[in-house]
Design a protein around this ligand. Structure first.
Ligand code: ZN
Length: 560
């Protein structure tokens, strides 16, 4: 309960016995203006039960007592402050006052918060873009997806300090773009996330950024030490944004494009979300181009025995170590020696997507990510047959994922059938978003000249199979080229390589022999990933995207 605590909106300079129960939403150190190496004060922004905020300040004399004490987004009770108007030109809150710590200030951490944190005051991007008069004295928070970037540049500040500057372009859910200028450490913080051809949206929250307008163009920039960038943080605001984003983007997209920049001005205009290339496994196997590509598929096999799912590595780095010298292993890369080697995953797996199967090598990071345990932790597991790999590895089976694989020359000329996994994406929404649709849009490529492919495959996203009001559901990617077929042999047009959406009646789910041999049920949703068999007795109407072989269709439909 917050009884007995003062509300931040009531703070004034007329007393000292203030008592707050507040979250710390931001804490930073202000360097001395004349000597950057010296800290002048520790600053905080506090939030109370009503969502009101105030800046708090700890002067040099009290550093020893408080430095390292506070944690962002944690709740504290605090009492006794000297309230002043610091008359700062750039403000972090709308509150006039600053509460200064004194020697009498008492703070207790609250382990079980009684109200919720409101970490950000998010400003909608359009409000900034159309603002008649831009208030650049108020720092603000922005959420968005990073959709563009420039290369970082080294710059020298007016105080002759070397630093880096980089522009990233972020977009809101309506694709309103805003240039964000990052400096110094923030550049280093975001660069590792800005790889090309990423499939997961990169969502950032910019906290306490300064708006600016130059030549009629609005941007925000980091403002000394108060600004902070949160990259894909595990927070409600970001989960909500991400959910809306994945639900609203019409198709998958290359998430970040390079801006060949001459400064901010050229930035946003050049950006466009294009189509990402998540290829079918068939396309990947026939690829003649070296380099990384994304594919989607379900893990259907682990090709390993009892001693070939791991390798012995250095304990300090991932380098493989050979037989020990004497009783010690020596790493040829980092020189570390140790009495015993470490175990890391190196597992051969096969994935299937309806167009084919591919063999891939999965390394330690990805395998750990999927099964949730380290190689060392499962090495002593009993295997039922005594011969096989540890059963925990089976956790990977049936997982539907996106894989970033590296196509090497040896893969192209078929000397090596095993592709190396560079990265995986196991986010269900993103996998769903990219996989079934991509199979569809690839289907016209798969079809041969006369429109008939050699195989029959069905990819479908199917929602709410069990509920009653949903007879027609799902993905309307190719609405304009869609023909709806109901218990009928497809028309000629259907066989000409046109993408189709077909409604089928089936009597029960078991008639779908799924590649995974099971139907995933989650949150009331059923998803059928790939079906190999169709029946047409009426019961539920499902909507599918297909490409098919004429004779297969005929043999499965009634009247044949
Ligand atoms: Zn090493």
């Amino acid at each position: 309960m917050s009884e007995g605590y003062d509300m931040l909106m009531n703070v004034n300079a007329k007393k000292l016995e203030w008592k707050f129960q507040v979250y710390v939403v931001r804490i930073w150190e202000n360097p001395n203006r004349y000597n950057q190496k010296e800290v002048n004060s520790i600053e905080m922004v506090l939030q109370d039960i009503k969502g009101e905020r105030i800046q708090a300040s700890i002067n040099k004399g009290l550093f020893k007592k408080w430095r390292g004490f506070f944690e962002e987004f944690k709740m504290y009770t605090m009492s006794n402050f000297i309230v002043v108007d610091k008359m700062e030109k750039i403000k972090t809150t709308r509150n006039w006052w600053t509460s200064n710590f004194s020697h009498r200030t008492v703070v207790v951490r609250v382990e079980n918060p009684s109200f919720s944190l409101e970490p950000f005051c998010l400003k909608p991007i359009p409000k900034l873009l159309v603002a008649e008069k831009l208030d650049d004295s108020q720092l603000l928070d922005i959420i968005g997806e990073v959709v563009g970037k420039e290369d970082p540049r080294d710059i020298i500040t007016s105080k002759r300090k070397e630093t880096k500057r980089m522009v990233v372009v972020i977009a809101d859910l309506d694709n309103n773009n805003l240039d964000c200028v990052l400096f110094g450490d923030m550049v280093d913080q975001i660069v590792p996330h800005l790889e090309d051809g990423r499939v997961e949206p990169l969502i950032v929250v910019l906290q306490f950024f300064k708006p600016s307008r130059w030549n009629d163009k609005v941007s925000v920039q980091s403002h000394f030490d108060v600004s902070k960038i949160h990259v894909n943080p595990d927070m409600k605001e970001v989960h909500d944004f991400r959910k809306s984003l994945l639900g609203s983007v019409t198709s998958n997209s290359v998430r970040i494009s390079q801006v060949s920049g001459h400064g901010v001005q050229s930035g946003a205009a050049k950006l466009k979300r294009g189509g990402v290339v998540v290829k079918s496994i068939e396309d990947a196997l026939n690829s003649t181009e070296e380099g990384p590509i994304w594919i989607g598929g379900t893990i259907v096999s682990i090709n390993a025995g009892n001693n070939d799912w791991f390798y012995k590595s250095c304990r300090k780095c991932p380098k493989k170590v050979e037989t020990p010298i004497g009783n010690r292993y020596e790493c040829s890369k980092c020189g570390h020696t140790h009495g015993s080697a470490s175990l890391r995953y190196k597992v051969e797996v096969m994935a299937y997507d309806g167009t084919g199967s591919i063999t891939m090598l999965m390394w330690d990071r990805e395998t750990t990510q999927l099964i949730g345990r380290q190689a060392e932790q499962i090495k002593d597991e009993d295997c039922l047959e005594g011969e096989g790999y540890p059963p925990t590895l089976d956790n990977m089976i049936d997982k539907k994922l996106l894989f970033k694989i590296n196509v090497k020359t040896a893969n192209i000329n078929k000397h090596d059938q095993v592709y190396t996994i560079m990265k995986i994406c196991d986010d269900e929404d993103i996998v769903e978003k990219n996989c079934p649709m991509e199979f569809i849009s690839n289907s016209s490529d798969v079809l041969t000249e006369n429109g008939i492919s050699n195989s029959m495959d069905v990819s479908a996203t199917l929602a709410n199979l069990k509920s009653d009001n949903n007879s027609q559901c799902s993905v309307d990617v190719v609405e304009d080229s869609v023909t709806s077929l109901k218990c009928k042999i497809p028309t000629r047009r259907a066989l000409n390589g046109v993408k189709h959406s077909v409604s089928l009646n089936i009597d029960n789910e078991e008639d779908f022999q799924l590649s995974t041999n099971k139907l995933g049920q989650k949150g009331g949703k059923k998803r059928i990933l790939a079906a190999h068999c169709l029946r047409t007795r009426p019961m539920k109407v499902l909507k599918f995207h297909l490409y098919f072989n004429l004779s297969d269709i005929r043999s499965t439909l009634p009247g044949n």
